[in-house]
Write a protein that binds this ligand. Structure first.
Ligand SMILES: [Zn+2]
Ligand SMILES: [Zn+2]
Length: 153
């Protein structure tokens, strides 16, 4: 499995993007509190939300592996674990083309029509949180963590 303790490696281009909190449109289950609004490269009319961390247990992968016409990424659909409705897909195994292109490292993708999204605010509630600012907040939390408890192994 992936280690939970990786360096923040977010591409500078994505740092100014807003963080969105997502809910399942069918049952109001909170799916993720750190997603980014993205555009599907294959179809710029489609809005998507993506996240870098597995949004479990709110969401789980279902069904078979498949690929699309666009590339050879191995994909599985994912569903809300509370109501069972499909809410997006997970790129299980990105293809070489996608890894080489400027991607945001987000392999958990939510469809816009299956989710409700609200921009997340910073701690003070004064501004919309950006990915760059969120990384900073997390870094500050991590350094506190290190002193009290060795959470990263
Ligand atoms: Zn691909
Ligand atoms: Zn649901």
């Amino acid at each position: 499995m992936e280690t939970a303790c990786h360096e923040p490696t977010i591409h500078p281009y994505f740092r100014h993007k807003d963080v969105y909190v997502l809910w399942c449109v069918y049952c109001d289950n909170e799916l993720s509190d750190r997603t980014m609004k993205a555009i599907l490269l294959a179809d710029i009319k489609v809005d998507l939300y993506s996240t870098d961390l597995p949004p479990k247990p709110a969401v789980d992968v279902i069904g078979r592996y498949y690929t699309t016409d666009t590339c050879s990424c191995q994909i599985r659909d994912m569903a809300c674990t509370k109501c069972g409705n499909p809410v997006g897909y997970h790129v299980v195994l990105p293809c070489a083309n996608c890894l080489e292109s400027c991607n945001n490292g987000h392999f958990w993708i939510f469809h816009q029509h299956t989710t409700k999204a609200i921009q997340r605010l910073n701690r003070e509630g004064s501004n919309v949180l950006t990915w760059g600012a969120m990384e900073k907040e997390l870094e500050a939390e991590r350094s506190i963590c290190y002193d009290s408890d060795d959470v990263c192994r």
